[in-house]
Design a protein. Structure first.
Length: 380
């Protein structure tokens, strides 16, 4: 029995409400660490996951279902990590969980973007081969850029900036115990000897003005929890690099898609466009976090990022709901079936967004003709 759009939306709302009551609301009510911004993102992500599932089971075209399944996996992983990070744990464990869950999350985000690009570049090959290429590409990039984190969970505590900070913080603490409050950089320089670094290797010692300048740079991080911004800075720099690789992959997809324009499941171009916006915002957010100098600034930026994510997730919900509505209608069912059996014989589906674009950029005379001509059959 084929379900109606209304029926599937009601099912989505029902499952979403049950998960919210069981998994999100208790944390929102009883956990001081669980902010409203986080609850919004988790709630929207839950709704989106269920909605994408119904688009997958409702589709008839295999490539469209596979692409939907890849998005489903990505959104599901976000929910799993979100719930895991909501449980009470020590500060050290929370740091490690956040560090590794972010790395895994980046792996899944890169997997989605890589698969989208490989679907265009290797479209004449089998799905299994594209999956293998994507897996190798993602493993190489994530493994290459995050190898130090995989070898040591405490890697960020051993980088030069943090090593120097720990020496400055220790000296400041000793001076405070002696009754010397708010010491200057020059006073601390008399107590410590900082290293000169070439990359991550020690090549000598700093002295004089250079050492005092280095201490002055690190002193602000010794106040309260501001050291968290310093420790996370390097991680977010690497994080942003991966995200902008995702942006590059998606940009390449759109260039190739414009050139070759292969037949594809309706609405996914718009969904990929929303993913591109998501990645751009994620990259900008990561760069801002890498440059934060106080814990409060880090927290404020994180909150703003959560609200930006919520806006893009709402766009995803609208686009996938639009696709689900299309799939549950007669013309959608027919179009997907024809796309699966003989994709070269049909024109591109023209949806509401296409209508807005072409009415904005095309004249009435051009609109009176067909927007896309029937593709020629191969072999005659």
């Amino acid at each position: 029995m084929k379900h109606t759009f209304r029926n599937l939306i009601m099912r989505t709302i029902g499952i979403w409400a049950a998960v919210n009551v069981a998994g999100i609301t208790p944390f929102l009510l009883f956990s001081a660490e669980y902010s409203f911004a986080v609850s919004i993102v988790r709630s929207l992500g839950c709704f989106l996951t269920v909605l994408v599932y119904y688009t997958v089971v409702s589709g008839r075209q295999l490539e469209g279902r596979r692409m939907g399944l890849i998005y489903l996996t990505f959104f599901s992983v976000q929910i799993v990590f979100g719930v895991a990070s909501s449980f009470e744990m020590s500060a050290a464990m929370e740091f490690y969980v956040a560090q590794y869950s972010n790395i895994v999350y980046l792996g899944f985000l890169l997997s989605v973007c890589s698969h989208i690009l490989m679907g265009m570049v290797l479209r004449s090959t089998t799905f299994a081969k594209r999956l293998i290429v994507t897996t190798i590409l993602v493993a190489g990039l994530i493994g290459g850029m995050f190898l130090p984190y995989m070898l040591s969970a405490r890697y960020l505590y051993t980088v030069p900036a943090v090593t120097d900070f720990r020496m400055v913080d220790r000296a400041k603490g000793q001076m405070a115990a002696e009754g010397i409050d708010n010491p200057t950089a020059a006073e601390i320089a008399e107590r410590v000897v900082l290293s000169e670094w070439k990359g991550s290797h020690r090549v000598g010692e700093l002295s004089g003005t250079r050492e005092a300048e280095r201490i002055a740079e690190l002193l602000p991080y010794t106040v309260g929890d501001d050291y968290v911004a310093l420790i996370n800075g390097l991680f977010y720099e690497t994080y942003s690099s991966i995200v902008f690789i995702c942006v590059f992959f998606l940009a390449m997809f759109f260039v190739l898609n414009y050139i070759f324009d292969p037949p594809s499941a309706p609405h996914f171009e718009k969904i990929h466009g929303a993913l591109l916006i998501y990645c751009v915002l994620e990259g900008i957010h990561a760069i801002a976090l890498s440059r934060a100098t106080t814990f409060q600034e880090l927290a404020d930026l994180d909150r703003v990022g959560k609200y930006a994510t919520a806006i893009v997730l709402s766009a995803f919900i609208g686009l996938f709901a639009w696709r689900l509505k299309f799939l549950t209608r007669g013309e959608g069912d027919f179009y997907e079936g024809r796309l699966e059996r003989d994709p070269g014989s049909i024109s591109r589906w023209r949806d509401g967004i296409d209508e807005i674009i072409i009415r904005r950029f095309f004249s009435k005379q051009q609109l009176s003709r067909r927007f896309v001509l029937r593709r020629a059959r191969h072999g005659g």
